[in-house]
Write a new protein. Sequence first.
Length: 150
Amino acid sequence: MHKGYLLDTSVVSALAPGRDTFVPAALGEWLQAHHEALFLPSIAIAEMAQGISKLRRAGGGERADRLDRWLDGLLAAYGERILPLDAHAGRLAGQISDAAMAQGCHPGFPDVAIAALARHGDLLLLTCNVKHFQPLGVDCADPLVALPEE
């Protein structure tokens, strides 16, 4: 049994304004019911901020502003449940990365860091990119396919 759930960037991005219409209503209800058990990796914050900056640079200032406000709301709502990559998780990330490379996989650092945070916190990783995380030896599920069981 996991202590909670870590939301990957792919899941959080699916909930962004303008994209959330593609999210099944049952998932939205599940997320609200489990809000206190949900965690965000700080790496996802960085990835979303990068995407917003890229959108702004490409001329999508109005949408970027809307997403910036949405991201501010996420930061406020999750507060202490935003997980930094501390020394323990960083060390685990190095081990996970090496194990994946020994199997011939070459994961990107964001995925390795998110996997380490999930494993370190004993959290089930919720991601739309299960195939990226399975070689990293972390328990994960795609909530757009099936809601996690209690």
